[in-house]
Design a protein around this ligand. Sequence first.
Ligand SMILES: [Zn+2]
Length: 283
Amino acid sequence: MTDALATPPAMLAQAKTRMRELAAAYALAVPGRDAHSLMVGLPDVKLLFMPMGDRDGAYDPEHRVIMINSSVRPERQRFTLAHEISHALLLGDDDLLSDLHDAFEGDRLEQVIETLCNTGAAAILIPADLMQDMLQRFGPTGRALGELSRRADVSASTALYTLAENTAEPVIYAVCAVTRAEREDGTPAASGGPKELTVRASSAAPGVKYSLRPGTPIPAGHPVETALDTRLPITEESFVPFRSGRRMPALVDAFPDRYRVMASFQLRPDRVSPAEAEGGTDP
Ligand SMILES: [Zn+2]
C-alpha cells in the first residue's frame, strides 16, 4: 500500500465513477439494450436462463457463463443481466480491481462490489443522454422520474437513484404507494387491515443531508395524496413529511403512475420556518 491511497469513502466514489465509465462505454458499443443485444459486447460469454430460487443471477468467470433467474419478472431479469455484465467488466479492469482489494476486505469488499455492479447496471440501462433530456424537459421533478423509468424500461427505484445522482438542485425524490399499514410494533399488517399511502423508496441529490425513510406515511391532504386520488399531476408549494412529524417547506411535484406516485421535493433553504429562523438576522 502507498500513502497516496485514497480513503475508503473517496475510493468508493472514484470506483463508482470508473464503473459508470466502463458501463457507459459498454452500452454505447452494443446494438441495443434488450438481452440479446446486451450480450454482443461479451462474445465469449454464454447466457443461460433458468429457475434459480431466491437468487437473481450469477456470473461464472471461469466457465464464462451468465445465469439469470427466469422465474422473476422480465424487468428484473434485464436489470440482473446488466448487473452480471458489470461483474464481467469489473473483473476485466485490473487497476480498479486491485484498488478495491487494497481499500476493502472481506464482507465489506463483497458489499462494495455488489453496489458497484448495481451502479454499472443502471449506467448500462439508462442512457446518459436520455437522462439529461428528461432533466432538461421536466426539471428535477416527479414527472422526470416517471418518464425516465418508463422510457428506459427500468424499475422506478433504479431510475430514482440515477436521477438523484445527476440532480444539481437540492431535491429529494420518492416513489410512494398505498400499502397495508404496519402495526404499531412494526410487525407486518394483517390482510384486510387498514391501508395507507407511504414512501416506498427515496433518494436525494448529492449534498442533501435529509432523507425520507421507506414506510414514512404521506399525511392526508398532501399533494402526493391528491395526485393519487385525482390521477392528475400536481405541482405546488407544500412540505416534506418527515417521519418525525417535522414538515420542511418544499416545492412538491407529484406525478401519478398507475397505483403509485412519483414525487420530488425541492427544498427551499431560503424559506425556513419561524422556529428555525430564531436567532437569525432579519433581512
Ligand atoms: Zn452481483
